[in-house]
Design a protein around this ligand. Structure first.
Ligand code: Z5A
Length: 216
């Protein structure tokens, strides 16, 4: 049995991950590729409880930066072992809305926690399960925030309530990461139309996996 491919979508709030994941998964399914989708934090019963604490529960306002890091890592450790690794092992492709790069840039770059601590925590949480490809939807923070607000119209959650400077640091953190890991991370211009972003993603898919697909 050939291991499934693990593809992660990353980017700051409102960059269009959910929109693009839906289209990407449909494209894969239409080609007969079995896929599952995950989201973080969350994706398991334990992870959804952690998500609630991180984003919505009043107790979340008392979280220190260190506890926040550990909670994101705990949610991911559970998701990897309960869902992602078993799916990949049975040949299913996993399409993830956020993974370890979110922790690197939000808790590392955004919160300013030590790079070593964040890297150690990431490595401990994911073990051997690393993405084959990461699609970074790059968008300026103000546009992303405006899109996110227009989409929900709701009261922003704890993470969304950070000042715009926080999201600018997050964006830069992602671009720095992509510069360090160009073989894994492809940068997409997310300021284009939904169609335009989709076609950039499909182009990368063809380049990376087109030949492999022909041999299925
Ligand atoms: N976080 C962390 O700090 N550390 C970690 O380790 C992890 C996460 C894993 C999770 O938020 C929060 O946790 C997140 C990072 C932090 N905090 N923030 N901010 P979430 O899961 O609730 O949400 P999100 O991941 O930030 O995504 P989002 O804001 O829901 O947006 P999105 O999925 O990227 O975008 P979308 O829903 O597809 O699109 C938003 C709107 O824009 C919607 O109306 C679309 O129709 C529209 N859209 C999409 N594409 C376009 C284009 N191309 N043009 C115009 N309009 C568009």
């Amino acid at each position: 049995m050939q291991r499934g491919k693990f593809i992660t979508f990353e980017g700051s709030e409102g960059c269009g991950k959910s929109t693009q994941i839906k289209r990407f998964v449909k494209m894969l399914t239409d080609r007969g590729i079995e896929t599952i989708q995950t989201r973080e934090p969350g994706g398991t019963s334990v992870g959804e409880r952690i998500r609630d604490l991180l984003q919505h529960d009043d107790a979340g306002s008392q979280l220190t930066n260190e506890s926040e890091l550990l909670l994101f890592a705990a949610s991911r450790a559970q998701l990897v072992r309960e869902v992602i690794a078993p799916a990949l092992n049975r040949g299913t492709w996993v399409i993830a809305d956020r993974f370890l790069d979110s922790t690197t840039v939000y808790q590392g770059g955004g919160r300013g926690l030590s790079v070593e601590a964040v890297e150690q925590m990431n490595a401990f949480a994911v073990g051997e399960t690393m993405p084959d490809l990461t699609l970074l939807l790059d968008l300026d923070a103000a546009t992303g925030h405006a899109r996110a607000v227009a989409a929900t119209g709701a009261k922003p959650d704890r993470m969304e309530s950070q000042p715009i400077a926080f999201f600018e640091k997050v964006r830069q953190g992602y671009l720095d990461l992509a510069g360090r890991e160009p073989a894994r991370i492809s940068v997409i211009d997310a300021s284009e139309s939904i169609e335009g972003v989709s076609s950039q993603i499909n182009g990368i898919f063809e380049t990376r996996f087109g030949a492999l697909e022909g041999s299925r």
